[in-house]
Design a protein around this ligand. Structure first.
Ligand SMILES: Nc1ncnc2c1ncn2[C@@H]1O[C@H](COP(=O)(O)OP(=O)(O)OP(=O)(O)O)[C@@H](O)[C@H]1O
Ligand SMILES: [Mg+2]
Length: 396
């Protein structure tokens, strides 16, 4: 009998290094981010002379290079400090994975003292371990908290990490907070905000021309020479430019286009592969955003999307149809009953709306004139049709 893998094992013929398009790959060269890289490293540089750098807040839309730039700067910092024998360390933590004060502090200690046993200890005792280690080794730390808006009660975390500097006789802790959420900063209380945002760095979106250059460099690494047609790169760049200048989107489209071409045994990656890839990537994005949410949140989005697709809503002057929170709540309750799920109370419903707004999936506006009392209008950010089509296929 033939081996199963005889059939499925194929050597890539188009890709040279497919990983160069993966989201985890950090390219050695980041075009159009030279200024941001220089500024960030200049702001951190005092740490090398024993001074505590200011805290920094980095903000910019998704796929503008915030994570890539920060990781690159911290990698260089660590490499330099090690070479010079300085007790300086840049630590990167992603708030999506470490989403509470406890998890973040625990992760910090784990990175500094890999042998530490932390199970069962309270946040305060782990924090004491952190302080003890920083003090004893006279460490100067830069803690980058990426996707910081995902960390619950982030104000407490920032307060504690920052207060460390008053308590420490030797050593220091500086924070780099990173977020793509335009609401995040304004929701912080005044004290946390002024602590975190001592320096602010805004990453602008890339335009089509910049995306083309970025893509071209990555394509050269990822594919064999001459495999990807020039106008395929331009098309992917144009799509990404329309999608808020998101470089991740451009890279995903290119990766998918390569896979499609590879699968059908094509010799080149052309425009038609990019077009097909785009549809797949857009579905992926909506799916990723929604599939990881808890059941009640998904239900709420499903209710909202189906209302939009059916054209349900209140007619307003100039704004087209809008959906009020009251209408959404009754539709949500109906959908919950249909699916045999107990709907949540009005209070929790409002809480979930807040959370969805924090995640950037909906926007809530105060209705104002012509509406009753504190009526709120709900706007869905992703494309409603795509959500409904995922629902119909039973995916969400
Ligand atoms: N200037 C650049 N040159 C080359 N690749 C880039 C550049 N900017 C971003 N990228 C690539 O685009 C992808 C997205 O970038 P990155 O993850 O840094 O975005 P981000 O701003 O952190 O987005 P998010 O807010 O969604 O986390 C990564 O694969 C990154 O390597
Ligand atoms: Mg990022």
């Amino acid at each position: 009998m033939s081996n199963l893998f005889e059939e499925v094992h194929r050597e890539y013929t188009l890709f040279r290094n497919r990983d160069a398009l993966s989201p985890h790959y950090i390219p050695s060269h980041l075009p159009y981010r030279e200024d941001e890289i220089r500024l960030l490293s200049q702001k951190i540089a005092p740490i090398l002379s024993g001074k505590k750098p200011e805290n920094i807040f980095i903000y910019g839309k998704t796929g503008t290079g915030k994570t890539a730039v920060t990781k690159k700067v911290l990698n260089d910092l660590n490499e330099y400090a090690e070479r010079k024998g300085l007790p300086v360390k840049g630590l990167y933590i992603n708030g999506r994975m470490y989403d509470s004060e406890h998890k973040v502090i625990m992760r910090l200690v784990k990175m500094l003292v890999p042998s530490a046993e932390l199970m069962g200890y309270s946040t305060s005792s782990i924090y004491d371990m952190l302080m003890e280690d920083v003090d004893r080794r006279e460490r100067r730390l830069v803690v980058a908290l990426d996707e910081i808006d995902m960390v619950k009660r982030v104000g407490d975390l920032i307060y504690r990490l920052n207060r460390a500097n008053d308590e420490l006789e030797r050593g220091s802790i500086s924070i780099i907070g990173i977020s793509n959420n335009p609401l995040f900063k304004d929701r912080l209380d005044a004290r946390t905000k002024s602590t975190l945002c001592e320096v602010e760095l805004v990453f602008p979106p890339y335009n089509a021309e910049q995306l083309r250059t970025i893509l071209k460099e990555r394509v050269e690494e990822a594919f064999h020479k001459g495999v990807v047609e020039e106008d395929a790169i331009s098309l992917a760049a144009a799509y990404a430019a329309r999608n808020a200048g998101d470089a991740r989107y451009a890279l995903q489209v290119m990766l998918r286009a390569g896979d499609i071409a590879e699968e059908e045994g094509a010799k080149k990656v052309g425009r038609e592969h990019v077009e097909r890839a785009r549809r797949l990537v857009e579905e992926d994005i909506v799916y990723e955003m929604i599939s990881t949410l808890p059941e009640q949140h998904r239900l709420l989005i499903a209710a909202l999307a189906s209302m939009i697709v059916k054209g349900v809503g209140v007619e307003t002057f100039g704004k087209g149809k809008v959906i009020t929170s009251g209408m959404l709540y009754s539709n949500y309750k109906r959908l919950a009953q249909e699916r045999g799920i107990t709907p949540v109370s009005d209070r929790w419903f409002r809480e979930y709306l807040n959370e969805l707004e924090t995640y950037g999936i909906i926007e809530v506006h105060v209705a104002g004139k012509g509406f009753r009392g504190n009526t709120r209008l709900i706007e869905l950010i992703p494309d409603a049709k795509k959500i409904v089509s995922l629902m119909e296929r039973g995916v969400i």
